[in-house]
Design a protein around this ligand. Structure first.
Ligand code: PGA
Length: 235
């Protein structure tokens, strides 16, 4: 399965190095066969050889140039980064990225062969407005996205479940994932308040191929344990 940690704007460069090294040692000691991804803050990116795949939380669709404050492929290449998170709800809703821009970014990194973890998910008011509205909202997040891209991983993350401790019921996750599986055969992760106490039941769901973990991934021992739970499930 795919077990991913989104560290967001947390941990320093030194702390991240320690985090990745501890996680790597754990995966090796446990002979883990899980696909483990870690997305550190941009300033904490570093080269890493081993089982842990280090990816960028964000980058601009450019090789280099005049884009103050942004990061391009040239900077990612320095650390051998070939994996990127695109469409995360915080980029959509806090940073104001439009679907058009997200699709442009997707296309740019697809052309370069990056592994793309592409996030979709609805805010609470949309969920409350009914199933049809909710699917319409989520469908719009697929516009301009090549769902057949071979290095694509999709993450379904309801906005209202991110960092809130709230999660949809297991039935709701399963039924929504089943619908998203009809749209793309790419591996499908669930994200939103995944933690040690609920990861097993989420991973056990038929249409869940892994998880994207934010807050609960910050403690490396906990995140390591999550990879072990995935390993034990032998899914
Ligand atoms: P959370 O975040 O696990 O803290 O809810 C998930 C995410 O934003 O990817």
């Amino acid at each position: 399965m795919i077990i991913a940690a989104n560290l967001k704007t947390n941990l320093t460069r030194v702390q991240t190095l320690e985090y990745v090294n501890k996680l790597e040692a754990f995966l090796t000691a446990n002979n883990s066969s899980q696909e483990v991804l870690v997305f550190p803050a941009t300033s904490s990116l570093n080269t890493h050889a081993g089982k842990v795949i280090v990816g960028a939380q964000n980058a601009y669709p450019t090789t280099n140039g005049a884009f103050t404050g942004e990061t391009g492929v040239e900077q990612l290449n320095e650390f051998g980064i070939k994996t990127i998170l695109i469409g995360h709800s915080e980029r959509r809703h806090v940073l104001g990225e439009t679907q058009q821009f997200i699709a442009q970014k997707f296309d740019f990194y697809k052309q370069l062969g990056f592994k793309i973890v592409y996030c979709v998910g609805e805010p609470l008011e949309i969920r409350k407005s009914g199933e049809a509205n909710m699917m319409e909202y989520i469908n719009a997040q697929y516009v301009g996205i090549d769902v057949h891209y071979e290095n694509l991983i999709i993450a379904y993350e309801p906005v209202w479940a991110i960092g809130t401790g709230l999660t949809p019921t297991l039935e709701d996750i399963e039924s929504l994932h089943a619908k998203l599986k009809e749209k793309s055969t790419a591996p499908l992760l669930y994200g939103g308040s995944v933690k040690l106490s609920n990861i097993e039941e989420v991973l056990a769901l038929k249409s869940v191929d892994g998880v994207l973990v934010g807050g609960a991934s910050l403690i490396v021992e906990d995140f390591s344990q999550m990879t072990a739970i995935a390993q034990n499930l032998q899914k």
